[in-house]
Design a protein around this ligand. Structure first.
Ligand code: ADP
Ligand code: ZN
Ligand code: ZN
Length: 735
């Protein structure tokens, strides 16, 4: 065939298959397009939007079996070479299909094949002539008359979205109104709000902050861990580094945890920086997201602040990456493409040859170990900036004490003192709802979830039983379903119960409950924070949500009710999390001039772990944990991957994993130990039985060498069809 095209297109397609797909160029395309452009292709019986990975002269598939692509959608790549490289690397490392990985990196509108330019918002407004328009001139045009009347009632005008709600096609009539000079048409294509005219100057850095700022080079890859307690001035250091980056004409990418992206933080950035700040988080609509993404790509935004997936934002002139609260779990995606944005950020900084700063009051053991090995440089801020003093931390021995709804008499007495002084008190519990267990006093029946190996939590406000693992709900029974007795006991306590009790105990003080139940509605968390900031004596009862970087200036006492769970968990990371939690929570207390107090209730007042936390010496605490991990050969001293499987058929997951193990053994797995298959810690969840196979290796290389071909084989193995399975490389949660 003489007219056979000289190249083929290798395309990433949004499908769970672990491969790319080859296509012939669309008709009429003679020159190979650049990698990173979107291409519409036939796939199966439909059409999809894929992204060009590369062009090649040869395909492993015979030419006559290749289908031609339909159309190239972009002139310029939507993913530049740098991002494509990062995504291909991530796909290989996390063993997730390239098509899905690339999908995740693109804003929804681009995934759908919309043009990669600012979605135009068109707005129509009344022109001067329209105000006095004579009804008679439009007598024979009822639709124009209708539109004009609408605009006369709407001084702000109407945009295309609002007009779209009309039950007739408004485009033609509106166009004629514009032609008659009665209406004006404005398009709004600005990418971002204008930056402030005169940015606020920050406080003069203290010597430690200055040393940290000076240590970070202007250009060139270098990784840092900025380690300092909450309030030590880490954000100030980021701001100074960002100012310097902007002054050099470059952009800064700042990743923050889900809960850390508050209006206060954004306001602080916007007040300080003379550049448009693009924000990327899950609450944006598709158009806003595309705008922010384009503003970053075009270099219009000097700073991009976002949560996990903002890592994949294209940057015109990259200069700095910051990952705040680097230990936070939300940087790891827990389903689908299970990547760590923190770990990938280090790789991206290296590829871009720019400095990166990971910051935390309670660094992950991984990052601390990276400092010990010289891969990261540690920068330390030892004090609290602005003169605030560290809170005093004490353990309250609650052994054989009478507790009222989980609170000891000592804690209640301290609460009274702080509240009388007009201060705020925070009570931290790890459980939402009223009580975690409903039990029959007569026969011992427990309310269990029918779909999970779990108890159902009592929610008294809504009078329901709810499973926190699968979301099933049912009404709270009035009598025991097993024996009919009316004596049902609520065992244990959650935020609802503690908040109710405290409201009765301190009737003159407002009690605010902050957990997923009270913050589900958009804006409700913000409203709660505003109430806290308004000041005055208040009791805050909440879960982890309360522990993250919020500034509560009037808060002087923090009580932790159930620290002990972290001491005995089956999860080897539980102690690390407990330590982080205690210190983060402690960081909330006594921020401004008021010294704080932290009280930890425990049945194990002699626990060395808790004792080391009291000194608020996280470094020492972390070193002790690292020693344990080294002895146990756990991460960061080994590398894990977890193959999970689940199915309605209770036998299928273990059968699949046994087959998986057999395949690994056939293939050979030198340097990688296999543990299992075994049932997952919570074996049944949402009506499915779950099991797992753990892989552990001293080094990443043998693990990676095994995973690639092994998962390819598993993908085509027929036992795999009976289960849902997934691979998690560097898992953070072991269930
Ligand atoms: P972190 O990010 O470590 O929690 P921040 O940067 O938010 O700390 O600083 C905590 C508070 O201290 C903020 O109100 C900040 O404005 C103030 N602050 C930070 N650095 C200084 C400084 N060098 N001088 C005075 N106040 C400072
Ligand atoms: Zn009973
Ligand atoms: Zn359940």
């Amino acid at each position: 065939m003489t007219d056979s095209p000289p190249f083929i297109l290798r395309i990433a397609i949004p499908t769970p298959l672990r491969r790319s797909f080859d296509y012939l160029p669309p008709k009429g395309l003679t020159a190979p397009p650049p990698p990173g452009v979107r291409i519409r292709v036939p796939f199966g019986r439909g059409r999809v939007v894929g992204v060009l990975l590369e062009t090649d002269t040869r395909s492993e598939v015979p030419r006559q079996r290749l289908r031609p692509a339909l159309a190239v959608l972009d002139d310029e790549p939507v993913l530049d070479a740098e991002l494509l490289l990062l995504l291909r690397w991530a796909s290989a490392y996390y063993q997730h299909p390239i098509g899905e990985v690339i999908q995740q990196a693109l804003p929804a509108l681009l995934r759908q094949g919309q043009p990669a330019r600012v979605p135009e918002a068109v707005r129509y407004r009344l022109a001067d002539a329209g105000r006095t328009a004579d009804e008679a001139t439009l007598a024979r045009a009822p639709r124009q008359r209708h539109l004009l009347a609408m605009l006369q009632a709407q001084p702000a005008g109407l945009d295309s979205a609002q007009l779209g709600a009309l039950d007739f096609d408004w485009h033609g009539p509106m166009q004629r109104l514009v032609e008659r000079g009665l209406v004006t048409r404005e398009t709004d294509t600005a990418l971002l709000p204008e930056p402030v005219a005169s940015p606020v100057t920050g406080p003069e850095p203290n010597p430690e902050q200055q040393a940290a700022i000076d240590a970070v080079p202007d250009t060139g890859y270098h990784g840092f861990l900025l380690d300092g307690v909450t309030g030590s001035g880490k954000t100030e250091v980021y701001l100074r580094l960002i100012e310097r980056t902007l002054a050099a004409g470059r952009q800064a990418l700042v990743l923050v945890p889900e809960i850390g992206l508050t209006p206060q933080l954004l306001q602080r950035f916007r007040e300080r920086l003379a550049t448009p700040v693009a924000v990327l988080h899950s609450g944006l609509n598709d158009r806003e997201r595309l705008r922010a993404w384009l503003a970053a790509r075009a270099g219009e935004a000097g700073v991009i602040v976002g949560t996990r997936s903002a890592l994949f934002t294209p940057l015109a002139r990259p200069g700095l990456i910051v990952v705040d609260e680097e230990h936070d779990l939300s940087f790891k995606q827990q389903d689908g493409f299970r990547y760590s944005a923190r770990d990938l950020a280090l790789l991206r900084a290296r590829n871009l040859d720019v400095p990166i700063v990971l910051g935390s009051a309670t660094p992950s053991l991984e990052s601390l170990e990276n400092c010990a090995r010289g891969r990261l440089t540690r920068l330390h801020l030892s004090g609290r900036a602005g003169g605030a003093v560290a809170p005093e931390c004490r353990l309250l021995d609650v052994r054989s004490q009478k507790l009222q709804e989980g609170l000891s008499a000592q804690l209640l007495a301290r609460m009274a003192t702080h509240l009388e002084a007009g201060n705020q008190v925070m009570i931290f519990i790890n459980r939402r709802g009223f009580a975690p267990v409903l039990m029959c006093h007569a026969c011992g029946w427990h309310a269990r979830c029918s779909r999970c190996d779990a108890h159902m939590t009592v929610h008294r406000r809504t009078n329901r039983l709810r499973c926190h693992h699968c979301g099933s709900e049912r009404p709270l029974p009035a009598a025991c379903p097993a024996c009919g007795s009316g004596e049902l006991i609520h065992m244990g306590y959650g935020t609802e119960r503690v908040a109710d009790f405290l409201a009765g105990r301190f009737p003159e003080v407002p009690v605010l409950r902050i957990d997923r139940d009270t913050t589900r509605r958009k804006g409700s968390l913000q409203a709660l924070f505003e109430r806290i900031h308004a000041g005055g004596a208040q009791i805050l009862v909440g879960t982890q949500m309360l522990a993250k970087g919020h500034h509560f200036p009037a808060l002087t006492l923090v009580g932790l009710l159930d620290a002990d769970y972290g001491l005995f968990s089956a999860d080897f990371r539980a102690a690390e999390r407990l330590g982080q939690l205690v210190l983060q929570v402690a960081g909330r207390a006594g921020r401004a001039e008021t010294p704080g107090e932290v009280l930890i209730q425990t049945h194990h007042p002699d626990s060395p772990l808790l004792r080391s936390l009291l000194r608020q010496d996280y470094g020492r605490f972390a070193r002790a944990l690292l020693d344990e991990r080294r002895l146990a050969e756990l991460p960061p001293f080994s590398h894990l991957a977890l193959l999970r499987a689940e199915a309605v058929d209770p036998a299928a997951p273990l059968a699949f994993l046994a087959r998986a193990r057999e395949l690994a053994e056939q293939q050979g797995h030198a340097g990688v130990e296999l543990f299992g298959p075994m049932p997952s810690p919570m074996e049944r969840r949402a009506g499915r039985t779950r099991a797992q196979l753990l892989l552990q290796a001293d080094a990443r290389a043998p693990l990676q060498a095994l995973l690639g071909p092994w998962l390819q084989a598993l993908e085509t193995d027929k036992t795999g069809r009976r289960v849902r399975w997934s691979i998690d490389v560097d898992p953070l949660e072991m269930f």
